[in-house]
Design a binder for this molecule. Structure first.
Ligand code: FE2
Length: 241
């Protein structure tokens, strides 16, 4: 099950209420298109193409294809919820429960979109982290060794539950943290910079690895694109380069 039943039922209730007022489009694309002609300033997000990842060792094409489809759903729903919120606002219904329920849900969809982009972007690498990189040095400073970081990240990713393990940096102090994100939206560090994202929702590994999340995490490690992760760190810490 990809989405929380609670959230789905919450959204369903909101959408049911909306349908009564004829505000819900059956076709999301039509709803998005409808808002394009309005002066709302709404940006329509587009799903990015990560098909270059097909053939990646340890990640079957079927697993990746289905995951790309799930990701596209978050993009679609981010646009759709923005559109519905704009419509409700235009009708003066911002104080109504449907608006509030969709407002509550928005970050879940948006974060689902953005975290998948971070995840797919930091996959597809073949080379290990560069020991001369500022990120490597920072990891060693904090965890004593690269393996110290790796073990902590693994312990974070293997936790029970559905969500994400993310290597985050606090912009204020430069401190690194391996963080557990529940689902997509609970646990983020405000103002922090996500450097490495690992999806540990069941859909990310169960179709191929069953219950063996550890084997999936090992496959993930082998495919991290450290050049991307190092670049994220260096962009956030220009003085460290
Ligand atoms: Fe996912």
């Amino acid at each position: 099950m990809h989405r929380s039943p609670i959230l789905v039922s919450s959204l369903s209730a909101a959408l049911l209420a909306l349908s009564a007022s004829s505000l819900v489009a059956q076709e999301p694309a039509a709803q998005v298109h409808q808002t394009e002609v309005r002066p709302t300033g709404q940006i329509e997000y587009k799903a990015k193409d990560f098909s270059h990842l097909f053939g990646m060792p340890g990640f079957g094409d079927k697993l990746l294809k289905d995951h790309f489809t799930l990701y596209a759903g978050y993009v679609k729903n981010t646009n759709l919820l923005t559109s519905i919120l704009n419509d409700l606002a235009a009708d003066g219904k911002q104080r109504m429960p449907p608006w509030a329920e969709i407002k509550r849900r928005f970050g879940w969809e948006f974060d689902g979109m953005r975290l998948h982009e971070l995840y797919f972007e930091n996959l597809g690498g073949r080379d290990p982290i560069a020991k001369s990189s500022p990120l490597y040095k920072k990891m060693v400073d904090q965890w004593g060794s690269f393996d110290g970081w790796k073990n902590d990240f693994y312990a974070t990713g293997i936790m029970r539950g559905i969500g994400w393990a993310i290597l985050y940096q606090d912009k204020e102090t430069g401190q690194l943290f391996n963080i557990w994100i529940n689902e997509h939206d609970l646990g983020h560090l405000a103002g922090g910079t996500p450097l490495l994202a690992m999806d540990v929702w069941e859909h990310a590994y169960m179709p191929q690895y069953g219950l063996d999340r550890a084997a999936y995490i090992e496959a993930f490690y082998k495919n991290i694109d450290w050049r991307v992760v190092e670049k994220r760190y260096e962009s956030a810490n220009p003085k460290a380069v």
